[in-house]
Design a protein around this ligand. Structure first.
Ligand code: HEM
Length: 449
């Protein structure tokens, strides 16, 4: 069920009524949705569109509300310029946001197979200005919210629909295209009223994720000015990945003798079994009851596995959140957390198939942070495409690293570690952009400028 957290009204200290729901709430399960990108042809028309659509933007206030479809809105830098914000506001955005994700590709190590030149055409245009996303519990609710948004859009000829992408839970039960339960671990945010069920982690200051609140260092990250405009907003990372599921299945079969060994290797690469059960809580065999139990499946740190024998340091989960691991290159883990709300797209490949059917499938990786650009650049450079932080030289993340057929993956072992080689890139980047997701009052302000 989707109310997996504990909620405490008394613990709410941030302005949930002004924060867009998608940032804080868990996705419905199963989910169905659509991402739409709009181009602004005429400023006045775009403002009128925003004025009319803003009452439908869902806020994060009533976690337990039975809202069946949430609508959210975000803007690219080009879009904000088109809306003719005051020059001082336009200039106050961080540089990486102004330049955009494609222009920062070297810093993000989005090169070779992942380079912007290889991206889908829609991500190469400057015409993506406004992103509207709807996520719903079922197709009926999705369709009625979509119809409503379209009605509003049709009235405003100065805003053109340029890209629409549907998405759906890839495999029943919230499993992604590789067959793993997804969307399990997210940070607990101080003052949000929702308690994560990880007794080993403390809540992180809201300012790490939402603008206008103190961050871990007790101050604010650079944010657009004035503060009234930035307050309750955040930056969004949007990346489209094409998942090579058949190649993943083939790799498992080539590297491991039998089904059990293949499953173990797959689990080692992620850090969890397919059910979502963490490897350090059940190292030898999947435990589907644990994997499905949201009160237990994220309640751990790595105290029982400081040498990575259970959950390899190189696994995707441990790289992306080393928790209390002792790293060769020290870093404050809480400063690199992101809120993830990625969604799958495309039809599932038949279970275990090693033949690619040529269909497009993958993940729209969507994440939120008050310093999203800086965090993504850090993650991509230090924890995804390098192994230095855990003394594995140039070994890369087995799930999202740019491995290009030359990747290695190391399992610590006695007397020698076990090394898998010749790993391809299992997820290639097909596009991406940075967006600013304002608070709801800020969208009103924008529409009335
Ligand atoms: C198609 C690409 C990807 C796949 C298939 C994938 C898959 C997964 C899976 C199965 C988990 C474990 C379950 C969970 O906690 O939700 C996970 C966790 C995670 N992933 Fe990914 N992921 C992908 C892309 C990314 C990207 C691009 C990033 C960031 C740059 C990322 C960051 C994370 C983080 C932060 C966690 C949680 C770690 C934790 O707190 O334990 N993932 N991912």
């Amino acid at each position: 069920m989707f109310l997996k957290k504990l909620f405490k009204r008394t613990a709410e200290k941030i302005e949930l009524h002004d924060i867009q729901a998608i940032i804080l709430r868990d996705r419905p399960l199963p989910y169905h949705g659509v991402n739409v990108f709009l181009e602004i042809l005429h400023t006045a028309s775009a403002k009128a569109f925003l004025k009319e659509i803003v009452p439908y933007v869902t806020n994060a206030q009533n976690w337990w509300d039975n809202d069946n479809a949430w609508l959210s809105i975000a803007f690219t830098y080009e879009g904000l310029k088109k809306l003719e914000l005051p020059q001082s506001t336009i200039e106050s955005f961080p540089d990486a946001f102004k330049k955009g994700m494609a222009a920062r590709s070297e810093k993000l190590m989005d090169i070779n197979e992942n380079a912007p030149e290889k991206w889908d055409a829609v991500f190469k245009t400057a015409g993506n200005h406004i992103a509207v996303s709807i996520i719903a519990k079922n197709m009926d609710d999705l369709n009625s919210k979509k119809a409503l948004a379209l009605q509003v859009l049709e009235k405003h000829q100065g805003v053109k629909l340029c890209f629409q992408a549907d998405f759906d839970t890839p495999i029943e039960g919230n499993f992604n295209h590789f067959g793993f339960r997804d969307g399990i671990s997210n940070p607990e945010i101080e003052g949000s009223g929702a308690e994560q069920l990880n007794s080993k982690e403390r809540p992180i200051k809201a300012g790490e994720f939402i603008m206008g609140y103190n961050n871990e260092a007790g101050n604010y990250y650079p944010m657009p000015q004035p503060m009234e405009f930035a307050k309750n907003g955040t930056f969004v990372i949007f990346r489209k990945y094409h998942s090579h599921v058949a190649a993943f299945n083939r790799y498992l079969k080539e590297q491991a003798k039998n089904k059990d060994e293949q499953e173990l290797l797959a689990a080692k690469m992620i850090g969890r079994w397919r059910s979502g059960a963490p490897l350090n809580m059940c190292p030898f065999k999947d435990n589907s009851a644990l994997g499905a139990d949201a009160t237990k499946n994220n309640d751990f740190d790595f105290s029982n596995d400081q040498n990575g024998k259970l959950v390899p340091y190189s696994s995707h989960m441990r790289r992306m959140n080393p928790r209390n691991s002792k790293m060769a290159v020290m870093s404050d883990v809480n400063l690199h957390r992101i809120i993830r709300k990625g969604v799958g797209y495309g039809p599932a490949l038949p279970n275990g198939s090693t033949k690619d059917d040529g269909k497009e499938r993958g993940l729209y990786f969507i994440a939120f942070s008050a310093k999203a650009m800086e965090t993504l650049e850090f993650l991509q450079r230090e924890w995804v495409n390098s192994g230095n932080f855990m003394s594995l030289k140039n070994e890369k993340d087995p799930v999202i690293g740019l491995n290009e057929g030359k990747g290695t993956f190391t399992l610590p072992g006695e007397p020698l570690p076990k090394r898998f080689t010749g790993m391809p890139t299992f997820n290639t980047l097909k596009g991406g952009m940075y967006l600013f997701m304002p608070g709801i009052n800020a969208i009103k302000w924008l529409s009335e400028l």
